[in-house]
Design a protein around this ligand. Structure first.
Ligand SMILES: Nc1ncnc2c1ncn2[C@@H]1O[C@H](COP(=O)(O)OP(=O)(O)OP(=O)(O)O)[C@@H](O)[C@H]1O
Length: 236
């Protein structure tokens, strides 16, 4: 029994079991929620406003702690901040609000920040940052003042700061909000080219259908399978 459990846990990059959570003074938001992501899996998550999708992402990152239940990442139980600190090096999280992600004066400083922190030389960090900016069609943005960028530009720079770190799993919270059609397509193409698994929270069913295999829905504090992308047919 113990052996089969160990096997199961190693199979999942993300494994949440019976996770419950409520914000202080509020009723239960997540209620014995179960969720698993296997290596290379690409899952979408939809759900009404306020249903707890961002909260779920924040729990995965260890930014908030469950009231009960267990969180395992990369096969390891997340007992406290020390464990999450290690796991965060392997997770790439794009916040719903780009202003929560960007804090440096210029774009290149923001994109290079994580690389420098992880021991890359300034020369390496700048070269890798420029490469990812090019991939996102942000060439020439290096010296732009981050807080003066448009909402969509900030979103793309947020994505650059995460992708440049080459995470093993991506967590994307509403990556297309405020982006024009062409940019949404560019992000979808980019995600499809990546060789890693991810969870995308989005209200845009069509974007999820283009970038994920299975789509789940957050409802009544739980995450349930909704459909596979090829079952999804846009209206009209
Ligand atoms: N830090 C917080 N303190 C108290 N309540 C919060 C906090 N963050 C979120 N909430 C509440 O928890 C509920 C779920 O919020 P959450 O942002 O997780 O929903 P969501 O599904 O991501 O919504 P949306 O689709 O609108 O982005 C909401 O009612 C929200 O007001």
């Amino acid at each position: 029994m113990a052996e089969s459990n160990a096997f199961q846990c190693d199979e999942f990059l993300i494994d949440l079991e019976n996770v419950s959570f409520s914000y202080p003074g509020q009723g239960p938001l997540l209620d014995r929620l179960n969720f698993q992501l296997r290596k290379g899996e690409r899952l979408g998550l939809i759900g009404p406003n306020g249903s707890g999708k961002s909260t779920f992402m924040h729990l995965l990152m260890g930014l908030i702690k469950p009231d009960s239940g267990s969180v395992r990442l990369f096969g390891m139980p997340m007992a406290g901040e020390k464990d999450f600190k290690q796991a965060r090096k392997r997770l790439g999280f794009v916040f719903q609000n780009a202003d929560d992600q960007l804090f440096s004066p210029t774009v290149i400083e923001d994109v290079a920040f994580g690389l420098l922190n992880s021991g890359k030389t300034p020369k390496e960090a700048v070269a890798l940052s420029k490469k990812i900016l090019r991939a996102l069609d942000l060439e020439g943005f290096e010296d732009r003042i981050t807080y003066k960028l448009s909402g969509g530009e900030k979103k793309l720079v947020s994505l650059a700061t995460v992708l440049v770190m080459e995470p093993e799993v991506l967590l994307l919270d509403e990556p297309t909000t405020g982006l024009d059609e062409q940019t949404v397509k560019r992000i979808a193409d980019l995600l499809n080219e990546l060789n890693i698994g991810y969870v995308v929270v989005s209200h845009e069913f069509y974007f999820l259908a283009k970038t994920t295999r299975d789509i789940f829905a957050m409802k009544n504090g739980q995450i349930r399978f909704q459909c596979t992308s090829d079952q999804f047919r846009p209206a009209g």
